[in-house]
Design a protein around this ligand. Structure first.
Ligand SMILES: Nc1ncnc2c1ncn2[C@@H]1O[C@H](COP(=O)(O)OP(=O)(O)O)[C@@H](O)[C@H]1O
Ligand SMILES: [Mg+2]
Length: 248
């Protein structure tokens, strides 16, 4: 092991330890704030109202910290893929059902179209669901501030490859951000953690796949995941996608 990689490993352990150390006091703070909020619940005096507003701010900030630490821990853990025969069509239908109310409230139309046999794919279903969910959440976020819009998932089997596209008609991505998209903690959102896309990329790469995107500012974005249908055969993928390409 080189000096650099052992140092990196050490830093990784340190960061993991730090995150765990932060997690416990954070949940104590959160719990105490919630109790405090309850204490003021029935008090409508100006002082109590001001206090409640401050508690709300603190709770929001604590929650944000908690999200960041949680996502860090999930990300840092790494995964052993548990490949099982998965019905991808069903998985996406279920994700859509889960998002249906939110979509309706925000006038977002959801479409799913698919081609090929998707009902018996060798995948880590939990991780792939998480990856697609992250892309869908980003697609929804991209439509914030627009009066409705469309989110489309397209899944296709072509030869040895599975392609999953998540397309939105949202705000798009500024070209100056293209090379930061998959960097941990890069976010343009007030409540963002910037861990969604790094996580998606990690999951896709653990499956031997690749993720790319193209986008037009103001018009929308399309993320494309390509996975080998059999994760032990990644050769076919390499011949189709230039390595390292993540720009349109
Ligand atoms: N579909 C999308 N449309 C526009 N911008 C996007 C989209 N997906 C991701 N982004 C940009 O990439 C950033 C990083 O995304 P992500 O890693 O999921 O973190 P987060 O969602 O917490 O900000 C987002 O803050 C946003 O600027
Ligand atoms: Mg996200």
């Amino acid at each position: 092991m080189s000096v650099t990689s052992s140092r990196l490993e050490f830093l990784g352990q340190l960061a993991g330890g730090l995150a765990h150390e932060i997690k416990n006091p954070l949940s104590t703070i959160k719990l105490t704030l919630q109790l405090l909020e309850e204490d003021f619940q029935k008090d409508d005096s100006p002082t109590a109202t001001r206090a409640k507003r401050k508690i709300e701010v603190l709770l929001r900030e604590v929650q944000h910290l908690d999200d960041i630490v949680q996502e860090f821990l999930t990300f840092a853990r790494g995964h052993d893929l548990k490949l099982t025969r998965t019905n991808l069509r069903e998985m996406i239908v279920e994700l859509f059902e889960f998002l249906a109310d939110d979509a309706q409230a925000r006038k977002i139309r959801l479409h799913f179209d698919y081609e090929g046999k998707l009902d018996n794919l060798l995948l880590d279903a939990t991780l792939l669901r998480q990856a697609i969910m992250n892309l869908l959440r980003n697609a929804f976020d991209a439509l914030d501030g627009k009066d409705g819009g469309e989110v489309i998932v397209r899944a296709r089997i072509k030869g040895d490859l599975l392609g999953v596209e998540v397309i939105d008609t949202g705000c798009g991505i500024a070209p100056s951000n293209y090379d930061r998209m998959f960097r941990p903690y890069f976010t343009t959102k007030k409540k963002g953690t910037g861990m969604g896309l790094p996580m998606v990329r990690r999951i896709v790469e653990e499956h031997g796949g690749q993720i790319t995107f193209e986008s037009e500012e103001g018009k929308g974005t399309r993320f494309l995941i390509l996975l080998p249908v059999d994760p032990s055969k990644t050769g076919s993928l390499k011949s189709m996608v230039p390595t390292g390409s993540e720009q349109p």
